[in-house]
Design a binder for this molecule. Sequence first.
Ligand code: BYC
Ligand code: FE
Ligand code: FE
Length: 497
Amino acid sequence: MTVEDRTGAAPAPTGPLSPIDYSERIPNNVNLAEDRRLQRALERWQPKFLEWWTTLGPALPTKDVYLRTAIAVGRDGWAHFDHVPMEQYRWGIFLAERNPDRIIPFGKHKGQPAWQEVPGEYRAELMRLITVQGDTEPASVEQQRVLGNTAPSIYDLRNLFQVNVEEGRHLWAMVYLLQAYFGREGRDEAEQLLKRNSGDLDSPRILGAFNEETTDWLQFFMFTYFTDRDGKYQLGTLKESAFDPLARTCEFMLKEEAHHMFVGTTGVQRTVERTAELMVEHNVSGSDDDILFEHGGIPLSVIQKYLNFQFSVSMDLFGSEQSTNAAAYFTGGLKGRWQETRRKDDHVLTDATYPMRSVRDGQIVEEQVPYLTALNLDLRDEYVADCENGVRRWNQALEDAGLEERLYLPHEGFHRKVGTYAEHFISPDGRVISQQEWDDNVADWLPLEKDRSRVAALMIPHYEYGEFAGWIAPPSTGINDQPVEFDYVHLREEALL
Ligand code: BYC
Ligand code: FE
Ligand code: FE
């Protein structure tokens, strides 16, 4: 069992806790009441956030949702589950416990005490990193806004809303840092985080994948599998930051993040299971897409295309393979590597090298490059290895059903817009190809309008407790030990008409 499986239900609090003060207007464990200036700034931002949530958050009207709310940041349990009206969710500011002896683990300040304030020389870079991170959180809520109208079940609807409220809280987490540590400029950035909008032509979200449409639930599951997983890895590097408040903020966000990936892993898995079941039942081979659609399932070839798309746009989120920004972030101590403290090297990396693939004379070749410049790639390689786990799991479902077909991750160069492959056409199996070959085959590799509309036609909402749409298998267990048919969401009456 992986951590992601276990966190479908968070453990109930048992041991000693670091309590979160819920008597405050903004729940927090940062002694907000003692900093009137900051408290006022955040209280001025709060109504703007709520207005954004009302206009660009979940569109489906609900009475209440069975949600998990953080109540403590300790190890022994941190969450509480209850039915709450979503707009009354207690978004707040929660940082992991402070270790007063924490030492900077890497870069040129390695060995010095972690910073409790922002050093002037890194102010601009830190603000940029926090802003980019913050920008993705509300973007994902905007992307997922209308999915509730086509939920395959009440169980899935609840999971969508859980992800949405927590991404909203992650926005709070970054806004807290901006307002607490970056003065007037930070407050301005906090405003901008609500003004840029996913897919907006004039004022889009900062990173590419967060301006793509989340067209349907298969895309949502791929998004939470592949794109939230980029979040996991980026937060993992910021958790190592010398700027201690950022490190502690990200550490707590990672706890919530595990459930988002659980939604993705199991969502794709259940889709694959149902497809496999239909293939066996109707004796459909892997290439009979029309027949499978007619029986109400999503063909494996279409699942593969969705996977290809979401994997490739998520790979772009790591930036260029070679990046002087990344080197400067590391050397300055702002952003570490994945599990920095467990790495067995000097944590400074001035003399180290790292293998990088790139296209030379129509071939993909590998060469050694200075490690410091290849840190985006180092992180991305960790990410890819993690992505493989889910694919293995989904393939196990195909094997268990007695099928020969398999899913796979496309080559790292496939369909890339950022980095060394951006100028080239690479097939999913990793061949450098001509534009002609790309154009001739792209309909087999990426979901085009035709695929998306056939998938969309299957997205019929199922709002009866315990019922599931025909394209997806039910989960094996419910949330927080509740039964699968539990009343996770109470819709507002008019929504049912
Ligand atoms: N789209 O030196 P380079 C999450 C820009 S997801 C557009 O290679 P660098 C979540 C780049 O900003 C995690 N622009 O990049 C998931 C730079 O611009 P400037 C989000 C891009 O700086 C699901 C220029 O290109 N968190 O939490 O080494 C739901 C040169 O690039 C893109 C973070 O990303 C792109 N894809 O690395 C909810 C962590 N890629 O500075 C939430 C914070 C690059 O020259 N961000 N550019 O104007 C970072 O650590 C880095 O900014 C990046 C890029 C890893 C994104
Ligand atoms: Fe998040
Ligand atoms: Fe997430």
